[in-house]
Every structure is written in C-alpha cells, then in structure tokens.
Design a protein around this ligand. Structure first.
Ligand code: URA
Length: 190
C-alpha cells in the first residue's frame, strides 16, 4: 500500500485495487499498483506485472527486479526513495505483451499516479512505457540515451530490464548510461 501522505495517490490506489475494467482482472492474483515514495522526484514506469509481481503485489520483484534496484543504487538512490509503477496494473496471461485496449483502459491510473506524485524526472523502461508516455511509435533504441520533454517533466527512455537480461553486455552499459542521464536531469531540475 502507498505510505500515508498523498491522498490523491491513496484514493487512486483504492480504486485500482478493485478494478474490473478489463478482462485482465479475472486472471490476476493481485493488482500491482506501484510502490515507493509517494512524493518521489524520480519515477520509473515499466510494462506490466509478471508472475512474481502478481503474487506479491509489488512491481519488479522477479528477475528484472534484481537488476532495476541495482541500477537505482548505482546512481545513489534506493527503490524506496523513488516510485516504481507499470503501464498495466494486472498481469497479462503468460506474460504476453499488453494489448492496445488494455493499455487504453489502464492509462488513467498511470496518468493519475504521475499527476499525484508529480515527479520531475520519469524513466520509461522499454517500448510500451516509452511509446505511451511520448505518444510515439518510434522504438526504444532510437529514443534512449537522451532527455525528452514531457510537459514540465523530463522523460528519459531506456531499455526494459528484462531485455537487458536477455541481451548482450552492451545493452546493460547503455542502460547504465541512461540512468546517469536521469540522475543529471534530477540534479539539475530539483
Ligand atoms: N516487468 C515489468 O515491466 N514490470 C514488472 O513489474 C516486472 C517485470
């Protein structure tokens, strides 16, 4: 649950935890709303819960959840000091890709989280989060590595941790570099 202190976020979470707006609600164990500091200046947005996240109700606790906190710590932060959420709050069956109707249905929760938390910098993890937030069809490898404007916020797209775990060391080095871009943006704007 969201720690006390952000009424708008707590209200949104209460709504999400009983959401039945799309069929993913039928297969879920738990809604994975998001965790971390409800007033974080830095927010991470992944794709959708996997098996372990669905069981625990916490984002990024499976294999990809080993890498993400490690990279967060490398830039001098902890997962409790940032906020971590996903595009979808419920697990797609068999970890398939999110479908457009699911993204559209779940989108108000993510937009509500961003509005309530009001982070200065958002790191989008992979194609689904990046394309949704930047409203583009461009792929992550072209968008990553630099800052993008998202209204008054800075968006730094990077690879999804699962893709980095499947890939070669080069992607990990690029992801590390993207985290440094996010850290510098954070130092500049906060
Ligand atoms: N992958 C995601 O995108 N989010 C999670 O929470 C876990 C794995």
């Amino acid at each position: 649950m969201t720690p006390a202190g952000n009424i708008a976020l707590e209200t949104l979470e209460r709504e999400a935890l009983v959401c039945t707006k799309c069929p993913l609600s039928e297969g879920r164990t738990q809604v994975v709303f998001g965790t971390g500091d409800p007033h974080a200046s830095l927010m991470f947005v992944g794709e959708a819960p996997g098996k372990h996240e669905d069981l625990q109700g916490i984002p990024f606790v499976g294999a990809a959840g080993n890498l993400l906190p490690r990279l967060i710590e490398e830039i001098g932060l902890t997962r409790d000091a940032v906020y971590i959420a996903n595009v979808l709050k419920c697990r797609p069956p068999g970890n398939r890709d999110p479908e457009p109707n699911e993204i559209a249905t779940c989108r108000p929760y993510l937009e509500g989280q961003i509005a309530a938390i009001d982070p200065a910098v958002i790191v989008s993890l992979g194609n689904f989060a990046t394309r949704l937030l930047l409203d583009t069809r461009e792929g992550i490898s072209r968008l990553r590595g630099e800052e993008h404007k998202l209204g008054a916020r800075v968006l730094v797209p990077t690879y999804h941790p699962s893709a980095v775990l499947r890939g070669r060391g080069e992607a990990l080095a690029q992801m590390r570099a993207d985290f440094v871009v996010a850290k510098r943006a954070l130092q500049r704007v906060t």
